[in-house]
Design a protein around this ligand. Structure first.
Ligand code: CS2
Length: 487
């Protein structure tokens, strides 16, 4: 039982059933439900927004769509590190669509509505089929090939955007703004580039129109939202009973737990209007880049270090890792010595304070954030989290030792997946990565690993000290993982 004083309730205060959908969101995962939808919920409660969100799932999970359609709303449990919890009813997702394979038409119809002013995305890094190192859409990917051959029945988010923009182009209608909310560098520009390149497969006039007419603001989004588990669902329902919450009776099948912290920095270039999210804590800025780099290198970079080192040391959650003083010290050193010096922030941002706040957030034991969840998709995450900063350090003649340890931990994590009690590596490049990692116990092996296409652009293989450090740490990690925390 939680102390009554630590529980706070926030119920929907507007007529949710009558909301039109002015935003369409592609990628109905936990993150959007605990982030964007909560900002919108707060605005609607304050009477400051006139529409809600239609959210579509384009992957395989049809159940979440059915359940949300049945429930109409869901609970977000916001856990503060001090133990207090806000249970928030969220009804801002006023329509839910399943747009997985063979079901995309309803979503394409919804996107034609003149009421839609923003189309937002959380499809994870790999969902863009975009090679950021070359700024190229992955034209060879099977899914993109499918969308080129079948432009009116696309499977990918980029294909869906292009098919619906074509509708606006053909009719000379003003298109919606496209708002990427994924953890990618320059997420607006990258999305624009992917969409323009796919539109060029229809014709060049169309792609030029997209480039000139559609707004793609960049954003930095931040909230720790672990995947829901059976346990977290039961726990939230127990809290709902304890607090006598008046919504979703008798049981919320799809609640989400997250931290109380939330941040959203948005580039203010919207072509068809936007709600004023600054009224509920978002920041509109001219240039998101410094914020995005700060978050990717300090928060996400630390997260990936914690994930690989933590998995190897047998820690299941981020909070478990934070009970290990040597690991905490290492993460702090990474933030202050290897990440912060590469950033260029406005004068009023204190990166030491930011680092301290991150450590408190990581220690939040209510979240049960699995190290294995963060370890997913390393090939898509590591370039922007570690390698861009490492290159800045190397150009300045500073050796990024902790990043080298991180790379060694990633390699050993990949190697261990082949061990008897191994796990499956969840990464679109797993088939290439695992065999390369297995060979990476020598200088030559590490060089080959660093030269794989996802990492080659950073040319770390050209720095013998980096290669040597990685080999050294791989040997140490094989011997005794925890001994590396104090190196
Ligand atoms: C995490 C992020 O899974 C991961 O890779 O690093 O999801 C992280 O929790 C969020 O970006 C926090 O805003």
């Amino acid at each position: 039982m939680i102390n009554e004083n630590d529980l706070c309730l926030s119920a929907t205060q507007y007529a949710a059933a009558e909301l039109p959908a002015g935003i369409v969101h592609i990628g109905l995962g936990a993150f959007v439900r605990a982030h964007f939808a909560v900002y919108l919920e707060k605005l609607l409660n304050a009477g400051q927004a006139s529409y809600g969100m239609c959210a579509a799932n384009i992957r395989s999970n049809a159940e979440i769509v059915e359940q949300l359609n049945r429930q109409q709303s869901y609970t977000v449990a916001e856990h503060d590190a001090d133990g207090s919890i806000v249970l928030r009813q969220v009804s801002s997702i006023c329509e839910v669509l399943y747009a997985g394979s063979g079901h995309v038409q309803a979503l394409l119809e919804r996107l034609k509505s003149p009421a839609v002013s923003i189309v937002s995305l959380t499809v994870t890094e790999k969902g863009y089929f975009f090679d950021a190192s070359q700024q190229l859409l992955k034209l060879d990917a099977e899914e993109i090939q499918h969308d080129i051959a079948n432009p009116n029945t696309p499977k990918t988010a980029i294909g869906i955007l292009v098919a619906s923009l074509r509708y606006y182009y053909d009719r000379h209608l003003p298109p919606f703004t496209i708002l990427s909310c994924d953890n990618m560098p320059h997420n607006g520009q990258s999305t624009r580039s992917a969409v323009v390149q796919l539109a060029a497969k229809w014709d060049s006039q169309f792609s030029k129109w997209v480039e000139a007419t559609v707004a793609f603001p960049s954003t930095m989004v931040d909230r720790i939202v672990p995947a829901a588990t059976e346990e977290s669902i039961i726990q939230i329902n127990n809290l709902l009973v304890q607090a006598k919450a008046p919504w979703i009776q008798p049981y919320d099948q799809v609640p989400i737990a997250c931290e109380s912290f939330s941040q959203w920095v948005i580039e203010d270039t919207f072509s068809k209007g936007r709600p004023d999210f600054s009224l509920v804590g978002a920041n509109f800025v001219d240039d998101v880049a410094p914020w995005e780099e700060m978050k990717l290198r300090m928060l996400n970079g630390s997260h990936s270090l914690i994930a690989y080192l933590g998995c190897l040391a047998g820690y299941q959650t981020v909070a478990d890792c934070m009970t290990d003083d040597a690991l905490v010290k290492l993460i702090k050193a990474y933030m202050l010595e290897e990440a912060a010096p590469t950033l260029n922030m406005p004068a009023d941002v204190n990166l030491s304070t930011y680092a301290e706040a991150l450590l408190v957030r990581f220690s939040n034991s209510s979240l049960q954030h699995q190290t294995r969840q963060i370890a997913m998709d390393g090939s898509q995450k590591i370039p922007q989290r570690w390698l861009q900063g490492a290159c800045v350090n190397l150009r300045r003649g500073t050796h990024p030792k902790i990043t080298a340890l991180g790379l060694a931990a990633w390699i050993v994590y990949l190697q261990n997946s082949l061990a008897q009690d191994g796990y499956t590596v969840d990464d679109p490049l797993a088939e290439t990565l695992v065999p390369l990692a297995v060979q990476a116990n020598s200088m030559a092996g590490v060089i080959a690993f660093l030269q794989q296409p996802a990492l080659a652009k950073f040319d770390l293989a050209a720095f013998p000290d980096v290669v040597k450090s990685i080999v050294h740490f791989i040997t140490l990690l094989h011997r005794d993982v925890r001994s590396t925390f104090s190196h």
